[in-house]
Design a protein. Sequence first.
Length: 217
Amino acid sequence: MDIFSVMKERKSTRAFLDKPVSRDDIEEIFTYASMAPSAINLQPWEFVITYGEEKDRLITRLKKVHAEQKVSCGPGTAKPLQEKFAGRSRKVLEIMKPHIFKLGLTFNKFIEEGSCSFYGAPVAIIVTIDRVFPQIRYLDIGLCVSYLLLAAHAKGLATCPIGLITAYEDDIADVLNISKEKEIVLSIALGYADEESSANAFKTDREELSKILSWYE
Ligand SMILES: Cc1cc2nc3c(=O)[nH]c(=O)nc-3n(C[C@H](O)[C@H](O)[C@H](O)COP(=O)(O)O)c2cc1C
């Protein structure tokens, strides 16, 4: 599959088959992810991969803490978003709504329940960065995660980046024995897509280029 097809086809997957992913396949996609560029080749990314009973232990804890704290999803900005950004998140909601409705969930329930259970994905990946790094190094992490999502898609695997559960960082660190020196910045659900599920029956769109590019000639 050529790179442009992979980029065009990849999408976030929120329902997975109950089918294990081999360790060889996981290692292969990480081999490609680690080829991402980083400032002075620092490669500041580190990942914790969990599946099987350990992942189940994590999910049990996340469900418990979520029932207590009920963190909801939002842009996480200090000030209200400009309309051009807010409109995009409303549009996602419109695209998802009919499909989520079929699952009998509200949007928030869909995102929250799914985020806590990693959408039943067989593999959960926790993305970390050492706290020694300044926030600008999140850029490098983002590049590596992009490579990972694309490599997974090229191998026939599906993913969903999940930011919501980073609110439960202490619990994740506790269950998976992650050092306090590491910051948990993202999690990623990985597995084989359940193509029949309504949760995967939509594709988000993108802004026209004229809205995001400024030219000076
Ligand atoms: C940093 C980050 C955090 C995200 N967090 C969540 C999440 O908590 N729950 C969720 O369902 N999707 C999450 N997503 C997926 C986005 O909703 C998705 O990427 C966006 O709607 C565009 O759709 P696409 O990935 O299918 O192209 C996240 C994506 C990114 C990049």
